[in-house]
Ligand binder design. Structure first.
Ligand code: 5GP
Ligand code: ZN
Length: 118
């Protein structure tokens, strides 16, 4: 867990372009953007979706969806539309185990599956 890059970003131990934060959630721009708007939303807590989430973690997932709406509004894609995805496991190309949702927008995103190539 201590080596987790997203935990380090959450603790501000390594820099990131943060666009939103509150007590439970942090949102920052993806270092390799796949769309004009590409923001990652994470819980501050190190949650690992491939290991399953506890009932007590439901609240933070709801908080992430609320934060996603705020980020979409701030980034000017709430009206035009955006995609919120969580890659989970090897076939989805998940690189970072810490739970995260990609918020993508700012262009026509096309089919879902090609976006998952990494
Ligand atoms: P995954 O493939 O696990 O769903 O997505 C991980 C995402 O994290 C990738 O899109 C990758 O570009 C992004 N990423 C990896 N390391 C860093 C980092 O240090 N900073 C930022 N801002 N994004 C990162
Ligand atoms: Zn972590």
């Amino acid at each position: 867990m201590n080596d987790c890059i997203f935990c380090k970003i959450a603790k501000r131990e390594i820099p990131a372009d943060v666009v939103f934060e509150d007590d439970n959630v942090l949102a920052f721009r993806d270092i390799h953007p796949q769309a004009p708007v590409h923001v990652l939303l994470i819980p501050r807590k190190h949650l690992v979706p491939t290991k399953g989430l506890a009932a007590e973690d439901a609240r933070v997932v709801a908080d992430i969806f609320q934060a996603a709406r705020e980020v979409a509004e701030k980034e000017g894609v709430f009206e035009s539309g955006y995609r919120l995805i969580a890659n989970t496991g090897p076939d989805a190309g998940q690189e970072v185990e810490h739970l995260h949702f990609h918020l993508l927008g700012g262009k026509k995103l096309g089919a879902l599956v090609p976006l998952q190539l990494n």
